[in-house]
Ligand binder design. Structure first.
Ligand SMILES: [Ca+2]
Length: 261
């Protein structure tokens, strides 16, 4: 059983990994921490709460609001990609579960210290929360079981800058050099390998479920294997990428994977 914390700037893309974490039988998602990122901060929090509810886990997984702006630079949103609500302008209803009163940074420090060597952290947003947490308590870098980051690689903002690193480059520098047992999944990697193959697409098509409905996976409890299928696709992609990296190396314990777009 993998004990997880996911740090997210919840928009439609982050919803997929949250759903996997919420539904996978071998994952225990213990907390969601929200960072500044894709859309207006309060909306990101609502999107995370709505995702928990749609996964049928309302009230079971706490959502902690974190840093509302980058460490140094100005916040840059991505509403032009995700819609004003971050969910393709679906304007979903407010979830019953409400955000926790505690700050995400406090919770990261507390939870990692309380379970040394136990927690896997997945960061899929600008790294403001984790950078602040490890600046406050550098010992947490040596206490997580694994840290997975989505960031870097060829850019989707500039030719050299991927969004998460672009929005808070100072935070990225702090986290990458903090000594975490880090595996980095770049934007280039997600564009080339983070996709379903033909066989997996055929199995989904056979269900007669529209693609958009996959974002409401909680309503398809009769097909829980979809979450497994998504994991399968991601793990398969990661395995291929890790076995064929164009660039790899170690830096402060970093395993970096960087494939051409
Ligand atoms: Ca994200």
């Amino acid at each position: 059983m993998t004990r997880l914390i996911v740090d997210t700037d919840t928009a439609g893309d982050d919803v997929f990994s949250l759903l996997i974490a919420l539904r996978h039988p071998r994952a225990r998602l213990e907390a969601i921490t929200v960072s500044c990122g894709n859309v207006r901060f309060e909306q990101e929090v609502e999107n995370a709460l709505y995702t928990v509810e749609m996964a049928g886990r309302s009230g079971e997984v706490p959502v902690y609001p974190g840093c509302r702006k980058p460490l140094v630079g100005e916040w840059v949103g991505a509403e032009y990609v995700h819609g004003n609500d971050g969910m393709g302008d679906c304007n979903f209803p407010q979830a019953k579960q409400r955000p926790e009163a505690e700050h995400a940074v406090d919770e990261l420090v507390r939870r990692i210290n309380e379970s040394p060597g136990e927690l896997t952290i997945l960061c899929q947003a600008p790294l403001t929360n984790l950078a602040t947490a490890v600046s406050r308590d550098p010992s947490i870098a040596g206490k997580v079981r694994a840290l997975y980051l989505m960031g870097g690689g060829f850019g989707n903002i500039t030719p050299a800058a991927e969004y998460n690193f672009f929005v808070d480059p100072e935070a990225a520098k702090i986290v990458v050099n903090a000594g975490f047992p880090l595996t980095l999944f770049t934007w280039s990697l997600t564009r080339t390998h983070g996709v379903f193959n033909d066989d997996q697409l055929a199995r989904i098509d056979a269900l007669g479920i529209w693609w958009r409905d996959l974002q409401r996976i909680g309503e398809h409890a009769e097909h829980p294997w979809i979450a497994g299928l998504m994991v399968e696709a991601l793990v398969d992609s990661a395995r291929k990428a890790l076995s064929e990296p164009a660039v790899s190396g170690r830096r402060s314990g970093v395993k970096s994977v960087h494939l051409p777009a």
